[in-house]
Design a protein around this ligand. Structure first.
Ligand code: ADP
Length: 270
């Protein structure tokens, strides 16, 4: 009798183990599928600038008497495409590090300072937009300073890239009981409802940003990196947008218990 029950348990256990194995196999297959697609997409994205560089260099080598103005234009095309290639490789390496499970630093980060630093950099580089920085609360949290800086930079650069000159780009930070909210707003081209659910996919770029008169030269990897950083800090990120009116990128980052306790006693700074 004891032996029989033992056998029943045995079979039950084995069934469970098999089911678990099948489940893991399914997950592995899905992961491999995602990886394969990433490699295929990456190869495609890398080939475009590479082909342009090769084509232009071919022209320069083959024809001796190219007028100076045309030669300059060709060289500046080569330079632009090489820059794009560099950016793609850099972004792909960042995501590969994420996939490899590289850990984030855990240091005390003054988020207010980080935001102010990024803002100053943006102000130096962009004069064609109206830039509004709201009054910032003091926020300190545990995280990776460089990555958090990169996160804010990606969101601000997107806001600027997809907002025609003269438009507004704003940033605000609000401290709540358990989390801090960073909000980057713009009055740019916006994102259609068919694109909005997909903008966090690797290499995904909405039609209006690809086909605008001049392509602002994105890689389609900014938001996936932004999401990797946010989620690596235990937070959430999403976009809200109205085509033709503008976009808001919202990030919620959890505060440490101690910081959350201090939430009501901080001072404001600008
Ligand atoms: P990219 O390098 O192309 O900007 P991202 O991953 O950062 O790549 O963004 C993906 C796509 O989401 C962009 O190509 C663009 O179509 C859309 N997008 C992102 N941010 C904005 C924004 N602030 N306004 C309008 N479209 C945006």
């Amino acid at each position: 009798f004891v032996g029989f029950t033992g056998a029943c348990i045995d079979i039950h256990d084995r069934k469970l183990a098999l089911e678990r194995l099948e489940q893991q196999e399914g997950q592995l297959r899905e992961l491999m599928h995602v990886q394969k697609r990433f490699v295929a997409d990456a190869a495609h994205e890398l080939r475009t600038p590479l082909t342009a560089i090769q084509g232009n260099l071919d022209i320069l080598m083959r024809y001796k008497n190219i007028p100076e103005a045309d030669r300059k234009e060709i060289l500046s095309d080569v330079q632009r495409e090489a820059t794009r290639l560099g950016r793609l490789v850099h972004d792909m390496l960042t995501l590969a590090r994420g996939d490899a499970g590289i850990e984030f630093q855990e240091e005390e980060v003054n988020l207010t300072q980080v935001v102010q630093e990024v803002w100053r950099e943006i102000q130096r580089m962009h004069s064609g937009h109206q830039l509004d920085l709201a009054r910032l609360p003091q926020v300190v949290l545990t995280g990776d300073r460089d990555r958090l800086k990169q996160l804010v930079l990606i969101l601000l650069e997107n806001a600027l890239k997809y907002t025609p000159g003269g438009g507004q780009v704003g940033l605000s930070m609000t401290r709540h009981a358990t989390h801090v909210e960073i909000r980057v707003t713009d009055t740019g081209v916006g994102i259609g409802p068919e694109d909005l659910p997909r903008v966090f996919e690797r290499f995904y770029r909405a039609d209006q940003s690809r086909h605008r008169g001049e392509d602002p030269g994105g890689t389609g990897l900014g938001l996936p990196i932004a999401r990797w950083i946010t989620e690596g800090h235990g937070g959430h990120i999403w976009l809200e947008s109205e085509p033709g009116r503008g976009t808001q990128a919202i990030v919620h980052l959890p505060l440490d218990d101690f910081q959350a306790e201090q939430a009501n006693s901080g001072t404001e700074s600008h």
